[in-house]
Design a protein. Structure first.
Length: 372
C-alpha cells in the first residue's frame, strides 16, 4: 500500500476518535428539548397505492397530549429523569401562607434528581447562606410582604449569580414582592408592580408582547399551555431581561436573563407553586426551570449525573491495523459546551496525531524501497 494512503487513513481514524473524546453530548436533555410540540418518528410498513406492494415509509407525528393539551410523559420535559442527581436547589422560602409548604415543587424537582434545602419563614445569616450556596447549584427566593434580606445577603447572592449559578426570584401580587424587588433591583435594575387577577391558562405567543408563552425555548419545552397563577404582579421592562410568559392581560409575568454564562428567572406569580398545581403545565415548567438554571451548558460534567453521561456515550474503538486504504468515517459532533481545558486537550492530541503522521509517512511499506 502506498505510504500516503496508509498514513492518511491512520490519521483520519485517529482524528475521529479524538473528536469523539473532545465532544461531550448534552446527555442531560431529552430529544424534545426546545420543542413546544414534540413529535415521534420511525418507520412503518405501508401498501403502495399503485403497485399494491408493501414498502417501508418514514413517519413523524405529534406525541399524545394530556387533558390540557401539553405533551404527555416525562420524556417530553427539558431534562431526562435523574439527570441532576446530587445537585441541590437552595430555597429562601419566606411566604408560607395558605398552607404553602413547597411539597409539590419538591416532588417534581426530585424527578430530575434535585434535592431541596429550605430556610422557611426567615432567611439565614449571610454567612450561613454563603456556606450553603457553596454546595448548591441554584438559589430560589420566594418573597413575602415584608423585606427580610439585607445588603449583605444581596452581596452573597450577587457573587453566586456572577459565578454562573442560577437564581430564581419569585414574587406575587402587591405587596408580596418585597424581597423579590430588593434582589431584582440589585441584579437587573427592575422590579414587580401591581395586583392583577389571573387564573387563566395562556397558550403559545402569536406575536411579541401579547399573552402567551415564548415559543421554542428550552424553558418552555413540552409546553403549549400554562396556568398564569391566581393573583399576579407585572415585571417592569428591563434591557437585562427577556420575556418568557405574558399573562392573559398581556402583562409580563415571567422573564429570564441568559447572558455571559449567567442565568436567572424573575417571576410575578408564585401562587402557581401551590394553587391549582395540576392545572396546565406547572409541574413541567418547574422541572424545566431548575434544569435550565443548573446551567449545564457552562458547568458541564460538574452538574450532570455521571450515570446519565455514561449511558449517553458510546465511543467506537477504531481498528488501527494498516491493511486497506479505507475512507475513515468521522462521527458528527453533538452540540457541546467547549471548556478551555477541553480545547487545549484536543489541540495537544491533534498535534500528537500530526507527529504520528510525519513518522508513519517515512516508513516504507513491505517491498518498497526508500529513495536515497
Amino acid at each position: 500500500m502506498p505510504a500516503p494512503f496508509r498514513s492518511t487513513a491512520f490519521l483520519l481514524t485517529l482524528l475521529g476518535l479524538l473528536l469523539g473524546l473532545g465532544q461531550p453530548a448534552f446527555a442531560q436533555y431529552t430529544k424534545s428539548a426546545g420543542k413546544n410540540k414534540p413529535t415521534m418518528s420511525g418507520e412503518r410498513w405501508v401498501r403502495d397505492a399503485r403497485s399494491g406492494k408493501m414498502q417501508i415509509e418514514a413517519y413523524e407525528m405529534p406525541v399524545a397530549v394530556d387533558s390540557h393539551g401539553n405533551a404527555q410523559g416525562n420524556d417530553n420535559d427539558l431534562a431526562i429523569d435523574g439527570a441532576f442527581s446530587g445537585q441541590t436547589v437552595a430555597v429562601i422560602h419566606l411566604y408560607t401562607g395558605s398552607n404553602f409548604d413547597f411539597s409539590l415543587p419538591k416532588a417534581a424537582l426530585a424527578q430530575k434528581g434535585f434535592s431541596v434545602y429550605r430556610w422557611v419563614g426567615m432567611p439565614p445569616s449571610p454567612a450561613e447562606l454563603e456556606a450553603a450556596l457553596a454546595k448548591s447549584s441554584q438559589l430560589w427566593i420566594i418573597s413575602d410582604s415584608t423585606q427580610r434580606l439585607n445588603a449583605e445577603h444581596v452581596r452573597v447572592i450577587k457573587t453566586f449569580f456572577e459565578a454562573g449559578h442560577g437564581v430564581y426570584i419569585w414574587g406575587d401580587n402587591e405587596p408580596y414582592y418585597a424581597d423579590a424587588n430588593f434582589v431584582a433591583e440589585a441584579l437587573f435594575g427592575t422590579k414587580m408592580l401591581g395586583n392583577l387577577q389571573g387564573e387563566q391558562i395562556v397558550t403559545l405567543q402569536k406575536s411579541p408582547q401579547t399573552a402567551g408563552l415564548l415559543p421554542n425555548h428550552l424553558l418552555t419545552t413540552g409546553l403549549e399551555h400554562i396556568y398564569e397563577g391566581h393573583t399576579i404582579s407585572t415585571i417592569q421592562p428591563s434591557s437585562m431581561l427577556e420575556p418568557l410568559i405574558y399573562g392573559s392581560a398581556s402583562n409580563l409575568v415571567t422573564a429570564f436573563h441568559d447572558r455571559d454564562g449567567r442565568r436567572a428567572i424573575l417571576d410575578g406569580g408564585f401562587t402557581r407553586l401551590y394553587m391549582k398545581w395540576d392545572t396546565a403545565g406547572t409541574a413541567r415548567y418547574v422541572k424545566n426551570a431548575a434544569s435550565w438554571l443548573v446551567n449545564a451548558e457552562r458547568f458541564g460534567d460538574a452538574v450532570v449525573n455521571p450515570a446519565v453521561r455514561q449511558a449517553a456515550v458510546t465511543l467506537p474503538i477504531p481498528q488501527i491495523a494498516i491493511t486497506e486504504p479505507l475512507a475513515a468515517t468521522i462521527p458528527a459532533p453533538a452540540p457541546v459546551t467547549t471548556t478551555r481545558f477541553a480545547s487545549n486537550l484536543i489541540g495537544l492530541l491533534l498535534a500528537l496525531a500530526t507527529l504520528v503522521l510525519l513518522v508513519v509517512s517515512q516508513i516504507p511499506a513491505p517491498g518498497e524501497r526508500r529513495n536515497a
